[in-house]
Write a protein of this length. Structure first.
Length: 119
């Protein structure tokens, strides 16, 4: 990958966008550590759980993901609990995974690492 995923911008997609092939999914997955393939609403998705010592930190993390999602116009499923946040990315229009999901996973990791470093 010439440009790191976290520095890329999400592509504007059409309703007829195709999901990535399995080889492409695994190629992108190798660039986002700790994310795993799962299924959400009948679609292939990627998921990761982020741990926190304080609820306030978890909430700040959710806000940072929401800000990035708004900028990129690509929104995840978020589950906020006291000590963790679960993040799931997939592309509704593709009914599966798209490069945008991996871009946002990388941006999510950066947001987490920045929050942990600032703590």
């Amino acid at each position: 990958m010439l440009i790191a995923l976290e520095h890329r911008r999400c592509k504007k997609l059409r309703q007829s966008t195709s999901a990535l092939t399995d080889p492409d999914v695994h190629r992108f997955l190798s660039h986002v550590v700790g994310w795993r393939i799962t299924y959400t609403e009948g679609c292939v998705s990627i998921y990761k759980r982020f741990m926190f010592q304080k609820y306030d930190s978890a909430f700040d993390f959710v806000r940072s993901i929401a800000a990035a999602a708004t900028i990129e116009n690509h929104h995840p499923k978020l589950v906020l609990e006291y000590s963790f946040v679960e993040v799931t990315w997939w592309t509704h229009s593709a009914k599966g995974l798209h490069e945008n999901d991996f871009i946002m996973a990388a941006k999510t990791d950066v947001a987490y690492n920045n929050l942990i470093l600032d703590s």
